[in-house]
Structures are given as C-alpha cells and as structure tokens.
Design a binder for this molecule. Structure first.
Ligand code: NAD
Length: 502
C-alpha cells in the first residue's frame, strides 16, 4: 500500500498560487470566450485584497449565447440521447479529472473565497468528486413505472430531462453548491448553464474545462460568470430556459419566482437562507460534545453556511457547562492565514460581506445582547477580510441578531427552561432549513425532532452530511431538495405514455 504524499506547507501553497494559471473567460459551447461587451470584473482574493484575475463580465447577450448552445446540444441529442451508461462513463471520467486536479482546485477555491486550504482539500474537493460520481453511478439504475391500469391499456410512466437548465449558485462552497445542481442535471440528460457567484467564479470555469476534457460534449455544460442582477437575472428571465435552480439568499430566491412568472413559467428550485436553532436540553448526556458541535457549527467556514447553528438554545440546567467549553473553542478559532494548512478559520468572502457582518455585531450590541467574546475585525495588516468568532449571550428571539441571517461567525445564545419553550423559540423564525437537538431521552428526542419545522434535524450531532440524503428547507428556506435521488425530480419531467391494447 502506498501512502499519499504529504500536503504542501504554506510556503509551497504561496509559491503555487503565484504560478497558477487562472481561467477567467466565459465557457460557452465548449470554448473559452470573452464577454460580448469585452467587459471584465476583478476577482479579488479576500486573503489579502489582491486581484487574482480579470473575469469576463457576462450580460444578457452572453447568457443568450450560452442558452442557445445548450438548446442546440439538447435538441440534437448529443448528450440527452446517450445511453445512461454512456453518460455515466463520461461523468465518472469528469470526476476523475477533478480528483486529479484536487490541489489546484482547492487552491483556487481558497484564493477566491478565503476558506482555509485544509478545508478546501478535506471537504470541498472530495465532496464535489463524490457528488459527480454518485449521480453518475445512479443514473443507469433509475427505472420507470408501469401504472396499474385496466388490462386493455398499458401506461408507461417515464422520466425525461427537463431541457435547458440554469443553475445560479453562491460563494460559500462554490464547487459543492454547483455540483449539487450540475451533477443531477447532467446525469438526467439536461444541458446546463451555470452562473457562479461574482465573488467566486474561478473554480466553475476550471471545472467546465475539465468536463470538456473528460468528453462531455460541447454546449452541454456552459459557465457564464457575471453579476447577479444582470447575468443571474437574464438566466431567470430567459424564455428558452426550462428550469432555473438557485442557491442563495431568501431575498434573491424570491426574485427567481418573479422572473419565472414574468417569462415562460420555467420551473424554479430554491435553496435559501437559514437561522438554524441548535438546542441542547437538560437530558443531554454529553454537553461537552454539544459545545464542540456548537462551536464548529457556527465558526466553520467563517460561519458562512446556510445551516450555521446561529441560534444556540440552551436549557438552563446545561448552560454553564456548554458555555465554558464553547468560549474556549471561540478563543482557539482565531482567524489565520488561509494558505497555512494549520489554519482553522480563514477570511470572510469580501469587503462588502465583512461590513455586513460587522454591522450585525453592532446591531447586537445596540439591541442589548451581551457580547462575551469577539466582535472585531482583525489581521487588517494583511489587506484581507477577517472577523473574530463572536458570541452574544442574553439574546431574545425577537432581536434582529436572532431573526435575520448574518452568514458570519456570530452566535446568538438563548436560554430556555423546557423542551417546549426550546421548540417554540426554534420554530419562531421565517426560516426552516435545519435544526439540531441534543438529549439522551429517546422520547424527548422523537417529540422534539417531530415538532421542529426544518428540512433536516440533527440529533446528538450537527451538520452531518452525505450525498445520499435530501437537503433543503421548510418555510422561506426554499422550495425543493438538493442531493439524493429526490434531486432528480427537479431535473426531469414525468411523462405518461398511454397505449390502448387491442
Ligand atoms: P445571493 O442571493 O446574494 O447570491 C446567490 C447567487 O444569486 C449569486 O450567483 C448571485 O450572483 C445571484 N444573484 C444575486 N442577485 C441576483 C438577482 N437580482 N437576480 C438574479 N441572480 C442574482 O446569496 P450569496 O450572498 O451569494 O450566498 C449566501 C446565501 O446563500 C445565504 O443566504 C445562504 O443561506 C444561502 N445558501 C443556501 C444554501 C442552501 O442549500 N439552502 C446553501 C448555501 C448558501
């Protein structure tokens, strides 16, 4: 058995960053092209404020060209009409190429959006590879149905690809969020136009190139970098897009419903924001483990997670034990150089978002919550965007820091006196993406888990994740589900073929 080579040290990552060839043009119909206008925007690294590349700024005409290429590919069947086993083989080759370029892609992701290189390597790249592999492997095992009609008929219920699929994704896990949409959409036979977030377009462009190298035909996977209100909107309003699948804020998600209504009534899938309640009850037998999970649940990825456990709801009986350990973790999560493999907390995605998060910290103070730790911007000398892990105690669920999604390393601690009160606080939110409960009492666990209005409920764990389970939100956290075989529902049309038998 051979052991893998050791991961590079920080100096190596910096040297590699200097030598990196960055793809910065749109990828349409199998080749890199400039925006029709010739315009570009700067891809800035939040690590140090440096410009990494000038990226093609796609607008309506570029989106139109990408949709046109995707439609042509769909119409002639160069991908849609392949045997599922053939699509599988090509997608597996694509996954293999991603794996072969793991370090390059991890570095691009870290430079572009500031997460620690250790996380890009251990989380983002492997999860992306697994997602493409899983849908590739699944697609030649999905069967249709025969309906139980009367004997004089035969009714086939089959699935067909939707057609041209638009995917609009955020910057917090750029590769993974794109993979959750692109992988099932491609596996099902669709053609895809992906609009990455303007804060993090670089890995998407490289992935499109790797897909082409793996043999995925021209026009099947297109990438149009650009700004949301222009390129994203153009995709949402395009009359020849059959479905648009979005991950991002609830505010923007609502716009996609409007775009659909204003254009061709395209199918819309939404994965939106959250304000996850993380409940630790008096029956929790391991408050230390709960504290560990509470810390990583809000500080991992600099708190820029849709599932971030941003409301820690503690039963008074376990409160002190959890808080003591949690504050110790906060001290250990101080932001460092994202290119140092030992760093656990990196940079916020950009200056605008940093100011937004600091603004919420100001709001928390003004609302009268008690700032126990953090609250400051740090590492200013780097020119980058770094915010300390921040914990507010004495939070009331009516405060803005408990109601609105901050999307940063800011925790609101709410103390309760019963499981019933915990559930009431947890459910008193416009969001319903995820929730967690810690208790060793099996009755309490079941009662609470059933009462929580959320798409995912974690019991005695937090943010457990696997491609095999559906993911998405209740209430204003979204419409539809990513991951698992359920995601294929979004990217396929159900067809009944009714045959009268003579
Ligand atoms: P965002 O809504 O600002 O942007 C998301 C995407 O939408 C980007 O590609 C952006 O360019 C585009 N966009 C922005 N304005 C647009 C407009 N007017 N028209 C069309 N497209 C537009 O969100 P963000 O700041 O990139 O990401 C953070 C949000 O994403 C958080 O709310 C987070 O909870 C959510 N998120 C949800 C999930 C999930 O699975 N539920 C996963 C990750 C992130």
């Amino acid at each position: 058995m051979t052991t893998p080579p050791p991961a590079p040290a920080s100096a190596d990552w910096r040297a590699r960053a200097r030598g990196l060839r960055i793809r910065s043009r749109a990828f349409i119909d199998g080749r890199f092209v400039d925006a029709v206008s010739g315009r570009t925007f700067a891809a800035m690294s939040p690590i140090d404020g440096r410009t990494l590349a000038e990226v093609a700024e796609c607008a309506e005409e570029d989106v139109d060209a990408a949709v046109h290429a995707a439609r042509a590919a769909f119409a002639d069947g160069r991908w849609r009409a392949l045997a599922p086993a053939r699509r599988k083989a090509l997608m597996l080759a694509f996954a293999e190429r991603i794996e072969a370029h793991a370090e390059e892609l991890a570095l691009l992701e870290t430079l572009d959006m500031g997460k620690p290189i250790a996380d890009s390597l251990a989380v983002d790249v492997p999860a992306t590879v697994r997602c493409y592999r899983w849908y590739a492997e699944a697609i030649d095992k999905v069967y249709g149905e025969i309906a139980p009609t009367a004997p004089d008929s035969l009714a086939l219920v089959t699935r067909e690809p939707l057609g041209v699929v638009g995917a609009v994704v955020p910057w917090n896990f750029p590769m993974i969020m794109a993979a959750w949409k692109v992988a099932p959409a491609l596996a099902a036979g669709n053609s895809v136009v992906l609009k990455p977030a303007e804060q993090s377009p670089l890995t998407a462009l490289r992935l499109a190139e790797l897909a082409a190298e793996a043999g995925i035909p021209d026009g099947v996977f297109n990438v149009v970098p650009g700004f949301g209100p222009v390129a994203g909107k153009a995709l949402g309003l395009h009359p020849d897009v059959d479905g648009v699948f979005f991950t991002g804020s609830t505010e923007t998600g609502k716009l996609f419903l409007q775009y659909s209504g204003q254009s061709n009534m395209k199918r819309v899938g939404l994965e939106c924001g959250g304000k996850t309640p993380h409940i630790v009850l008096d029956g929790c037998g391991d408050p230390e483990a709960a504290a560990d999970a509470a810390a990583s649940g809000i500080f991992f990825n600099q708190g820029q997670m849709c599932t971030a456990g941003s409301r820690l709801i503690l039963h008074r009986a376990v409160r002190d034990r959890v808080m003591e350990r949690l504050l110790g973790h906060a001290a250990a999560y101080q932001p460092g150089d994202p290119l140092d493999p030992a760093t656990r907390m990196g940079a916020m995605v950009d200056e605008t978002h940093t100011m937004r998060v600091l603004g919420y910290i100001h709001v928390g103070r003004e609302e009268g919550a008690a700032l126990l730790t953090g609250g400051e911007r740090v590492r200013r000398e780097t020119g980058g965007c770094y915010v300390q892990p921040t914990v507010f105690d004495g939070v009331d669920n009516t405060m803005r820091i408990a109601r609105e999604e901050i999307f940063g390393p800011v925790l609101a601690v709410i103390t309760v006196d019963s499981a019933e009160e915990a559930v009431a606080v947890a459910n008193d939110s416009p969001f319903g993406l995820a929730a967690a409960v810690w208790s060793d009492d099996v009755n309490t666990v079941h009662r609470v888990a059933r009462s929580l209005r959320a798409g995912v409920v974690y019991v005695n764990c937090f943010d457990a994740d696997d491609i095999t389970t559906p993911f998405g939100g209740f209430k204003q956290s979204g419409i539809g589900r990513d991951k698992s075989l359920h995601a294929l529902d979004k990217y396929t049309e159900l067809k009944t073929t009714w045959m009268r038998l003579r």
